[in-house]
Design a protein around this ligand. Structure first.
Ligand SMILES: [Zn+2]
Length: 496
């Protein structure tokens, strides 16, 4: 079957056939997390979406170099060069070294990604590990005349750049509109223009993370690291650049400007953006109290959650929408996803023992229908990674598998090739492409043991012995088991 993959490119605002720069190879850069706090569930959705894309490219046989950075310096509280460095601020509050903060949240982030069965990227470079490359990039942009130094800081000159280039090429906006919609510089007298952004920022003496540079002690601007690291690991031009849609208007726009200024090229052929996660129709945010952390979601430990949901049910739920659509989180929607996931997971389990009956007369219509559904799995993924349609196709395939395992139909009615293709396609898509797996609590011994522990803990709670019940809960959490509490007490658990 001929594979033509189409992707929606934010840069051209249309769906285009995917043609990598080097046949058989794909270079992909995705903006990673800023590791100063627990990873937000909305960010998890972005990384799960790119995991799906990565997995499908691998499945198609591409050799993929997937680079996803860790921002461990330079990301200020305000995205336009204001406020404190997020990592430094947290370090001061917690009275820890910035690198202790970075280490803790990087490890936690990796754990969450493993829980969601996301594959690790090929390279995960850090901003602090690439200060030299970033300084070199600033020097090059200065040499080309697109930046200026003021009092130890270096700024990108957006208006000068826009004289020969299109600064709004990605966000589709005219420079005048952007200037009109940006507040005036006010006290920030160092910048020449309202849209200018920092490449290098002079550090105040109390700033915890600072490095020597030709312009004195300072630290890199946030947008710089992605240009420096994508250049280093993927070259001046590569295939896919991705991230959350919130990064597109400023962070990615500035990344393109930096790359074009230093190297004359827009770094990526295809710019892919994932959409937001909302809660009951509202934007998720800490201040509204409607956002939760992955472990709260797994444990049902939040006033807005009816119960805990397994990581695979959550992953499945995310994939029920295209990565470009918003996903609205509600208990009803995720419960429906959980049921659907379990149904498809059951069919995947049955593949292991499913054997074909002796051939009878081939039912051409059924034979064709099953091959068509297998094709649908590919067609839907080839249509800009349309995971909801792929899940529909997989659901149709599961109906065939279930009828053959239940012997309500005779599997001898389809050819050997079709039977094997049905099994292989289902297996490949469920496990490898969609990245689903069986929920871990299928181990009978562990189930029995956990049921005993839960019973003892419920007894402790009934006796108002909360010290013991908390000790059990914490102890289990430390060894990777999270109890799901609900109104009936504790009935369920997940591995974390
Ligand atoms: Zn980035």
């Amino acid at each position: 079957m001929e594979q033509k993959l189409f992707v929606y490119n934010t840069l051209t605002r249309k769906k285009e056939e995917f043609k990598p720069l080097n046949e058989g190879h794909v270079g992909m850069y995705v903006c990673g997390p800023t590791v100063y706090s627990d990873v937000h569930i909305g960010n998890c959705r972005t990384f799960i979406s790119f995991d799906l894309i990565y997995r499908y490219l691998l499945h198609l046989g591409y050799k993929v170099r997937y680079v996803r950075n860790i921002t461990d310096a330079g990301h200020l509280e305000g995205d336009s060069d204001e406020g404190e460095d997020k990592v430094s601020k947290k370090a001061k509050i917690a009275q820890l070294e910035p690198m202790e903060i970075v280490q803790k949240y990087t490890v936690d982030f990796h754990k969450v990604m493993v829980t969601f069965n996301a594959l690790p990227p090929s390279i995960e470079p850090t901003a602090t590990g690439h200060i030299i490359e970033q300084i070199e990039l600033v020097k090059s942009i200065l040499e080309k005349g697109y930046a200026y130094e003021v009092n130890g800081s270096v700024y990108f000159d957006v208006e000068k750049y826009n004289q020969s280039q299109d600064y709004g090429i990605l966000n589709g906006r005219k420079l005048e509109d952007m200037l009109n919609n940006t507040r005036s510089l006010g006290g920030q007298t160092e910048k020449h223009g309202k849209l200018d952004f920092a490449l290098w920022i002079k550090a105040k003496p109390e700033h915890l993370m600072q490095w020597p540079s030709p312009w004195g002690l300072g630290f890199p601007g946030w947008h710089l690291e992605c240009s420096a690291m994508s250049n280093k690991y993927l070259g001046h031009q590569f295939d896919i650049h991705g991230g959350g849609i919130d990064l597109m208007p400023t962070h990615h726009t500035n990344e393109i400007a930096q790359n074009v200024a230093c190297c004359g090229k827009n770094p990526a052929s295809y710019w892919l953006h994932t959409n937001m996660l909302t809660m009951n129709g509202q934007k998720m945010s800490k201040s509204l109290g409607n956002s939760f952390l992955p472990h709260e979601l797994f444990a049902g430990d939040h006033p807005l959650l009816k119960k805990g949901y397994s990581p695979m049910a959550v992953r499945f739920f995310f994939m029920q929408a295209s990565y470009r659509s918003t996903v609205d989180f509600s208990n009803d929607a995720i419960e429906a996803a959980e049921i659907f996931y379990k149904k498809l997971a059951e069919s995947a389990k049955k593949l292991v023992t499913l054997q074909q009956n002796e051939l009878t007369t081939i039912d051409e219509e059924t034979n064709k229908a099953i091959n068509d559904i297998c094709d649908d799995c590919y067609h839907s993924m080839n249509d800009n990674f349309n995971s909801p349609k792929t899940l529909d196709a997989l659901n149709n395939l599961s109906k065939g598998i279930n009828s053959y395992t239940a012997n309500t139909r005779n599997s001898g009615e389809i050819s050997v090739d079709t039977f094997e293709r049905m099994k292989k396609t289902y297996n490949d898509f469920f496990y490898d492409v969609l990245g689903l797996k069986q929920d871990d609590n299928e181990n009978a011994d562990t189930d029995d043991l956990m049921n005993l522990v839960i019973k003892l803990r419920n007894e402790a709670k009934t006796n108002k012995d909360y010290a013991t019940s908390d000790k059990i809960r914490e102890g289990l959490k430390n060894i990777g088991f999270q109890l799901n509490d609900n109104k009936q007490g504790t009935t369920d658990w997940v591995r974390i």
